[in-house]
Design a protein around this ligand. Structure first.
Ligand code: HEM
Length: 394
């Protein structure tokens, strides 16, 4: 579907053909190239689409967090992608839906005696969550079809983008598998599944952002790319920070899934001690404690400082390298968000996990990941933009 144009190799004078998408994204003359990263992002619809996908993932994570903290995530007992768009209509339909919910362990063990009105409230929270995810799915797929229709992407070039769309669908399926784990014997979703759901969202977000950053970097002039040539120390430290942040996010998921935030409302002491008794001995073998309530909570509250120290090391090292924008800007934001995130985390503990604090804490954790990705992306040396040459005989 892509338009093809003839070009001549400046070195050999030999003619070759380029398809339009590769030509515009990879062979822009320096003078035609947007001068800033922001202009580069704004001028390319595919980059804008990738950034929108990333933003949608953040929105859905936050909405999902709101539903979880409102204890509404287990209110819809079936998974009907098309039919589920319409909520029950009329008294009879609501009563039927409520009757199904009354069979679930959540109703029997926690919400027994709940009124229909209360059920409708939690139903609508979860229904809105799923509706937003469905709309987001369409916002992911429809523009992609449009790009192909308009010849901006050939079928082959579209494959990685379809990969992103597929991951979006997989994320929805993981969400359902997670919810299903709470509809059986015990009204709690598996903390491992919740953590996988969170990490899969972070992975999807990371892939979409990375692809956008690649396109932005290819579209900006070489001299602005060179401004971010980072030393080996900065590269290693940025990757170490990314690994540490992912561990911290995973532990955030475990703490949330285990409701371990509620077990202690003191900081820095936990159960009156820095190192609570039973930290590594409550469960056998000892390593099982690493993913149980006390262990997860304790590791999450202190590992944050490992993240903070690594963030400071990255900032010092990249400043020494004289990194330009966007790395320097990203690092200023990173410092601000690490400090805010730790403060928020402490308040979440001290105040007994209030909904809006916990939600802000979850959202900021994901935002931190996005900011750090900009730095890590700059730590990977840019590939020379190569025109996709089409065989002249074809
Ligand atoms: C770099 C610092 C931190 C990051 C990136 C981070 C990230 C996160 C994330 C993403 C979650 C939510 C997971 C989810 O809802 O699926 C979470 C939960 C939580 N975090 Fe942190 N956190 C950090 C520091 C802290 C600190 C210092 C504390 C306490 C002193 C803390 C206490 C908590 C608690 C109690 C929860 C569970 C809240 C709930 O039940 O919703 N966090 N964290």
């Amino acid at each position: 579907m892509a338009l093809r144009s003839r070009a001549r190799c400046p070195a050999t004078g030999q003619g070759f053909r380029l398809n339009q998408a590769s030509y515009t994204s990879n062979l822009m003359l320096t003078s035609d190239r947007p001068q800033t990263y922001r202009a580069a992002a704004a001028s390319d619809p595919i980059t804008r689409w990738l950034l929108m996908v990333a933003a949608l993932v953040v929105v859905i994570v936050v909405v999902g967090g709101f539903v979880r903290l409102s204890r509404a995530g287990l209110s819809i007992v079936e998974w009907d992608v098309v039919g589920g768009v319409i909520p029950p209509i009329g008294q009879a339909a609501w009563e039927e839906s409520f009757a199904e919910y009354q069979q679930t362990p959540e109703y029997l063990l926690i919400n027994e005696g709940m009124s229909l009105g209360e059920y409708q409230r939690i139903f609508y929270y979860e229904w809105a969550h799923r509706l937003i995810a469905r709309i987001a799915g369409l916002l992911v797929v429809l523009p992609l079809l449009w790009f192909m229709w308009k010849g901006r992407l050939t079928a082959r070039e579209s494959l990685p983008f379809w990969g992103v769309a597929a991951l979006f669908g997989v994320q929805g399926a993981i969400g359902w598998i997670m919810v299903a784990s709470g509809l059986r014997d015990r009204p709690v979703v598996s903390h491992f599944r919740l953590t996988i759901h969170l990490l899969a969202a972070v992975l999807l977000l990371g892939i979409a952002l990375w692809m956008a950053l690649d396109r932005i970097r290819n579209a900006t002039p070489a001299d602005s790319r060179a401004a971010n040539n980072l030393s080996t120390t900065s590269r290693v430290l940025s990757w170490a920070l990314m690994a540490a942040l992912l561990v911290q996010l995973a532990y955030g998921g475990l703490v949330a899934g285990l409701k371990a935030g509620y077990i202690s409302n003191t900081w820095p002491l936990m159960f009156g001690r820095f190192i609570p008794s039973g930290l590594l001995t409550a469960y056998e073998p000892w390593w099982e404690n690493l993913y149980q309530s006390i262990g997860s909570h304790w590791i999450h509250r202190w590992f944050a400082f490992v993240v903070a120290l690594l963030a400071i090391a990255v900032i010092v090292s990249t400043r020494r390298d004289g990194a330009g924008a966007p790395v320097s800007t990203a690092l200023n934001w990173l410092l601000g968000t690490v400090i805010t995130q730790i403060t928020l985390g402490v308040f979440v503990v001290l105040l007994g996990v209030p909904k809006w604090f916990a939600l802000a804490h979850q959202a900021l954790g994901v935002v931190m990941f996005c900011i750090l990705l900009v730095v890590v992306h700059a730590a990977v040396p840019p590939r020379a933009p190569s025109p996709q040459v089409v065989d002249p005989r074809s």
